[in-house]
Design a protein around this ligand. Sequence first.
Ligand code: SF4
Length: 372
Amino acid sequence: MSFYDEIGKFNWSEVKEFIYSRNESDVLNVINKNTLSLEDFATLLSPAAESFLEPMAKEAHRITLQRFGKTIKIYIPMYVSNECVNSCVYCGFNVHNKFNRKTLTLDEVKRELEVIKKTGIKHILICSGEHPKKVSVDYLNEVVKLVRRDFSSIIIEVQPLDENEYRVLYNSGVDSLALYQETYNTDTYKEVHLGGKKTDYRYRLEAPERAAAAGLRTIGIGALMGLDDFRVEEFFVGLHARYLMRKFWKTHVTVSFPRIRDAEGHFKPKYLINDKNLVQSMLALRLFLHDVGLVISTREPAELRDKLIYLGVTQMSAGSKTNPGGYAAGEEEGKQFEVEDRRSAQEFIESVRKKGFDPVLKDWDSSFINAV
Ligand code: SF4
């Protein structure tokens, strides 16, 4: 039994119909409850709930303070490769896009790390396109060995792997996974993933479980906002997060809300996701799952990120470059997407502090893994 079986019990159109049938009195009935059912969560994602964002925000803030305190965990991404064998219509790394592809050599990785180290951030996200030959488990393992000298928490955002492969990386020092399903709608999934291993919906969907089973302590999931109706999409994200939290109770689950950004290929999303939609998704999820981590990256503009700090977000990236070699060599070509918050890591950390929050640059040490 996996989440694939669980999601099979739900029908996309029926969930959508339910969400759009909710009215204001349904929302009022939910808003003061302490524990929310799946139906309650769907109600908070409805158009009717848009008039209640203020009371939802107050409650989300209260719960977040209670569970996480006034802290924002900061992480920094390092892209090691923009090579990819897949053809995702929304992504700059799509195999059909023509630009200079590059996978960093281990010396180049060292140079990137020298620059990143200076930010003081100890949580690093290793990102790459999906090219199992160029970015193999062996290659990743070598990169992880270099990274762990100076960073205490290593997150990977790479192609989905088998459980034993996750275990190899876990044993080398990787403690967290970020892997987004992009869309939980199987039809839409087929439409936007045109070639490569990523066309295998199920293999991707079950990867977070394989990683948790291999011992990783944090698992990040999410949908790429704009591919389908965000209300239904976020319902399935919440369902997935709840499933993982119940099945792997020792694992911390986080949810990201990436909105499609301009990239090579200039894909135009079918659905436009405005700030209100993003905020509603975050708030509904916080009220549904009190302990889930909520992640906002530099895809979002500085002004919005500053406001979201008060609404339940617990993790944010800073000073991001989305191309391999972006920090040390200052190269601009070959980005996955354009970042919107262009503040330096230091500027962002300072702005978190000014808001009275504690920017957490280190909250984990991989030696804990060996200690147990
Ligand atoms: S989304 Fe990932 S798998 Fe798809 S083209 Fe981009 S890098 Fe490759």
